[in-house]
Design a protein around this ligand. Structure first.
Ligand SMILES: Nc1ncnc2c1ncn2[C@@H]1O[C@H](COP(=O)(O)OP(=O)(O)O)[C@@H](O)[C@H]1O
Ligand SMILES: [Mg+2]
Length: 225
């Protein structure tokens, strides 16, 4: 994984939401923390080109997010804050197959890939269930399956344990721990990210700390006082 922000800035309706930022990310597990509205989601969406910089550049595994948006989105999968919004088709296995459409696989190859990813997350029994009937924990695993079936190099998750009870939070935590992909996780659940390789803190649209989780969390506690 090689993510580079080069003086990248995000502005919405004339308001600067992320001030020009230069940094590179290559660690396998990166946490992002900060107060509500500090710019975390905007930063994460810039990595997979959902938000394009109003100035500067974002380059992901060698691809500029503006010039090569499609390639960037193949490199990086994004799990939204509300996984309900991730699953588009009513039946889970159809939704997961949708992600493979551009691959031009045979029906058998596509079915096999869908079965394999459902099995990977232990949710084969949910294959023909309606997405809107799934529990919060099941939805989060379903969203993971629908994104990882396309085998992105980088997985970005926006507050994956936000709406979950303790049991499902543990399930998602263990699942994330077992992932081989590079992962970037935005979280208010500090336990989820405290043993990651690197942690970024955003504050009022600026990077306020960047380093080992313990140091970044200490800075966050000071800012939140
Ligand atoms: N599409 C948008 N249009 C206008 N303002 C936005 C948009 N997305 C985010 N913002 C604003 O940018 C700021 C940072 O938002 P966000 O990145 O979602 O913060 P966080 O994820 O840290 O809560 C907020 O003030 C938010 O209202
Ligand atoms: Mg957010």
């Amino acid at each position: 994984m090689d993510i580079r922000f080069e003086e990248a800035e995000a502005r919405f309706e004339g308001r600067t939401v992320l001030h020009p930022l230069t940094l590179s990310l290559s660690e396998r597990r990166i946490g992002i923390i900060g107060l509500n509205g500090s710019g975390k989601t905007t930063f994460a969406r810039m990595i997979n080109g959902l938000v394009t910089p109003s100035a500067g550049h974002v380059v992901v595994n060698g691809f500029d997010t503006v010039k090569h948006g499609e390639k960037v989105r193949a490199e990086s999968g994004f799990i939204f804050q509300n996984p309900q919004n991730q699953i588009i088709l009513p039946i889970l296995k159809e939704d997961i197959a949708l992600g493979l459409k551009s691959r031009k696989l045979s029906r058998q190859q596509s079915d096999a890939a869908v079965d394999a990813v459902l099995d990977r997350f232990g949710i084969s029994h949910l294959a023909t269930r309606r997405a809107h009937e799934l529990s919060g924990g099941e939805l989060q695993l379903a969203a993971l399956a629908s994104v990882l079936v396309t085998e992105p190099d980088i997985l970005i998750m926006d507050e994956p344990t936000n709406q979950l009870d303790l049991k499902n939070r543990e399930l998602v935590r263990r699942t994330i721990e077992g992932l081989g992909e590079n992962i970037i996780v935005i979280s208010h659940d500090l336990e989820l990210v405290e043993d990651f390789d690197r942690m970024l803190l955003f504050h009022e649209g600026r990077l306020a700390a960047d380093g080992p989780p313990a140091d970044t969390i200490r800075r966050y506690r000071e800012l939140a006082r």
